[in-house]
Write a protein that binds this ligand. Structure first.
Ligand code: ZN
Ligand code: ZN
Ligand code: FE
Length: 765
């Protein structure tokens, strides 16, 4: 039976070698027809024997090229034309918007082989790429995805590159960033004044400088990094000093897994993430014997590690390994190139301007970065992946929704670790990491990012979802759009909805939001919320009893305030006589001011934040009174904690919503302090208690509603000890537990949750 079929394929099928793949399959089966890119993906018409057509169609699914993601294949029978050849037809002109753009992808094995092959014409060329690898999202300026619409447009291809580009059987057929040493961008090394230093091999020269202790700004894929030898104590200390404020640990880059294993334990799942095409920073458990410079991640049991993901990084690490003393491990600090609190630098003039004060030189290149994109951060916990930042290598690949957005939607996300999300049909485009919306540069990045996504994915939102916090810049932006539909979403409802939408659930479930700060429907600061939620609405079932948050934001930076507040709640003013170091060292004058603020209800909003309870206990244990960033004290509390089976008492009443009272817990800790129980044990008991407290709240909700499914989300679930203890406890009790596996549990996942809720609400109208 001879037949002709029209097959339409949707998904990430453009710019990933899909047409040559189809071409190859058709040639192999002796089928005739054509393949072309169009507005929604790829369209194929093939004719031949029915059996061959069947096999061809299966192969489309099963053998698709590595970067392709096939979301749907639809086929219909059309009249045969009696053709005998198969061709790659020109893309249909007109609108080719709506096709997906692949994320930036790590150098593939084929390119890597050529990169280190002295006989290859691209030997040592730092911009080698092909249809299976290389830059995408960060260089695309507009659609359709074509060289003329990328930052590679300034580099006309030489005849050799052009021939590869036009040959359907070549790995570089229509590889838009295709380049070689003859026609492509080049690397240059600049000194700290921004003047070019002439070297035959700038990468080798840069690595010699790094080996000698220099700090270099290095232009990568989505922005600049600051790099130095991670084993050089003095260089790392200098980098920390010059970057100021910087208290957070630095990430490092190692040339290969073998080197990583000298410093960290690496499980199979972690090795898979490290070597995946996304190449995120993976948070690994450190080995005590690794000889890392103390300043890299001092005090932390974990280390953020990534493998090289561009040819430039491969060459650099390779050259660095030969430049250092034999036997020494080649490991580079690779931290975002920015001034404190500002987003990562990605424009060359900005970088020269702001990074010359921090670095001793710059390794730059001529390919412009159109979209800034930070490294992604992920870890393995609770039996799966947990993304702390979903950005380079992951964005802008859409997440699949289990239902349609009734209209094109925009969700603006939260304030810290902002991402936004655009939705159309069943696809949700969660943006790359934008950052904390606390300065103009980040706000600009947010606005420009939204404009860019709208154009790239041809989404003209008619409804916008936003956080209820009236002061969030993202919220103000949303309201200023004056779209016909405005959908305010409560912060923790959005957290829980992000889990539901990821797992294709509609609810209702028991939602546990363990969080720092989120605006509540009563105007209070929420952050420990046990709710019954579906995608439409939520009911608050239990929460941490309110305590005042004196000074609002200031309480976040000053954990001692929370410790004093919790002691005051547990003991009244008699707490000032407690013979524990925290109280003895407490500045009475400062407490008096605080106490008056609370009494007069001056800038002391009621709060049920779990993050602040962790801060309070950390300060009470003498770990830290002042924090350089949100959650720092809580993180240090987790670091010292010795897992324990002992739990402090707490109270859960039967009101609606039920109140979780931790005054008995605070008194238990004070008793332990007086008994001289070691701090790691107290910290462990505290973690266990919070797990018990959340689990018993879930039990109470189950008794009231019969629900057995629990969704966990919120920034506090970045705490591994708490997460794993609660997970274990809930599973023991027979709950079915769902976590964020694709978007972050922190506020980076809010936009996705907001979008899911907005879509559900609009569908319900
Ligand atoms: Zn490649
Ligand atoms: Zn060339
Ligand atoms: Fe949050």
């Amino acid at each position: 039976m001879h037949e002709r079929r029209r097959i339409t394929i949707q998904g990430i099928v453009q710019g990933v070698g899909f047409r040559p793949f189809v071409y190859g399959q058709a040639l192999r089966s002796g089928l005739a027809g054509f393949v072309l890119n169009d507005s929604s993906g790829v369209t194929i018409e093939v004719e031949g024997e029915q059996g061959l057509l069947e096999a061809f169609q299966c192969a489309l699914h099963e053998l698709a090229p590595p970067l392709a993601r096939v979301d749907s294949i639809a086929a219909e029978v059309v009249p045969p034309r009696g053709e005998t050849a198969f061709v790659i037809a020109h893309s249909q002109s007109g609108s080719t918007r709506g096709a997906l753009i692949s994320p930036d992808t790590a150098t593939c094995d084929d390119c890597l082989r050529e990169l280190f092959d002295p006989a290859d014409r691209r030997y040592g060329y730092p911009f080698i790429n092909c249809t299976n690898c290389g830059p995408r999202f960060t260089i695309v300026q507009d659609v359709p995805y074509d060289r003329a619409k990328t930052t590679m447009r300034l580099f006309p291809m030489c005849p050799a590159c052009q021939a590869e580009y036009e040959d359907p059987l070549d790995r570089r057929f229509h590889a838009q960033p295709n380049a070689c040493p003859v026609c492509g961008p080049r690397v240059r090394l600049l000194d700290c004044a921004g003047h070019e230093q002439l070297h035959a091999d700038p990468i080798a020269a840069a690595s010699r400088q790094l080996a000698g202790g220099a700090i270099l700004a290095i232009k990568g894929l989505g922005g600049y990094h600051l790099a130095c030898d991670a084993l050089n104590t003095e260089a790392v200390a200098r980098l920390r000093r010059r970057k100021q404020r910087e208290a957070k640990p630095f990430a490092v880059m190692a040339p290969d897994l073998e080197t990583v294993r000298r410093f960290c334990d690496v499980s199979n799942a972690e090795a898979e993430l490290l070597t995946s095409r996304r190449r995120p920073i993976v948070l690994l458990r450190r080995r005590p014997e690794g000889c890392l410079a103390p300043g890299v991640a001092s005090g932390y049991h974990t280390l953020g590690v990534m493998l090289p993901y561009t040819p430039l990084h491969h060459l650099l690490l390779h050259a660095f390994a030969t430049a250092i003393e034999p036997g020494r491990s080649p490991l580079l600090v690779m931290t975002s190139g920015n001034l404190s609190d500002e987003p990562i630098a990605y424009r060359d003039d900005d970088a020269v301007q702001c990074l010359t004060s921090i670095s001793d030189g710059l390794l730059v290149h001529e390919r412009a970065i159109h979209m800034r994109c930070d490294d992604s951060v992920v870890r393995v916990a609770g039996g799966g992946e947990q993304w702390f930042r979903r950005s380079r290598g992951a964005a802008p690949e859409p997440l699949q929704l289990s239902f349609d957005c009734p209209v094109p939607l925009l969700a603006c996300g939260g304030h810290l670790k902002n991402t936004f999300c655009l939705g159309k049909g069943r696809q949700a485009f969660v943006s790359h990491h934008i950052g904390d919306l606390e300065n103009l540069e980040t706000l600009r990045s947010f606005r420009e990012g939204i404009e860019h996504f709208r154009r790239l994915f041809d989404i003209e939102p008619v409804a916008v979802a936003y956080d209820l916090h009236p002061d969030y810049l993202a919220t103000k932006y949303a309201l200023d759009l004056e779209l016909p539909q405005l959908i305010g979403v409560q912060h923790h409802h959005a957290h829980i909805a992000s889990v539901l939408a990821e797992h294709g659930l509609t609810g209702p479930v028991i939602g546990v939001a363990a969080d720092g700060t989120g605006y509540g429907t009563d105007g209070a600061v929420w952050g420990c919320e046990i709710m019954v939620a579906d995608l439409l609405q939520f009911e608050r079932m239990a929460h941490l009893r309110y305590v005042p948050l004196p000074g609002g934001e200031q309480a976040v930076r000053q954990p001692w305030r929370m410790a004093a507040v919790y002691l005051d709640q547990a003991y009244g003013s008699a707490f000032l006589d407690l013979p524990v170091p925290f109280v003895c060292n407490l500045d009475r004058r400062r407490w008096k001011t605080l106490d008056q603020m609370i009494a007069r209800r001056l800038n002391a909003p009621p709060a049920s934040s779990l993050g602040r309870l962790f801060d309070a206990v950390a300060a009470l244990l003498g770990i830290r009174n002042e924090a350089l960033y949100e959650g720092q004290a809580a993180i240090e509390l987790e670091i010292i904690a010795q897992p324990s089976d002992h739990s402090y008492p707490f109270a859960l009443d039967s009101e609606s919503p039920a109140l979780l009272d931790v005054a008995p817990l605070i008194r238990g800790i004070v008793d332990d302090l007086q008994w001289g129980v070691p701090l790691p044990e107290i910290a462990g008991r505290f973690h266990r208690s919070v797990a018990e407290l959340l689990a018993s709240a879930c039990l109470q909700v189950r008794e009231r509603t019969g629900l057995r499914a629990v969704a966990l989300s919120g920034g506090v679930f970045q705490n591994r000890l708490l997460l794993e203890q609660l997970l274990g406890r809930l599973e023991e009790l027979g709950f079915q537990v769902y976590l964020n596996r694709r978007v972050p549990p922190n506020d980076g996942g809010l936009s996705f949750g907001q979008l899911a809720i907005a879509a559900a609400r609009l569908r319900a109208i």
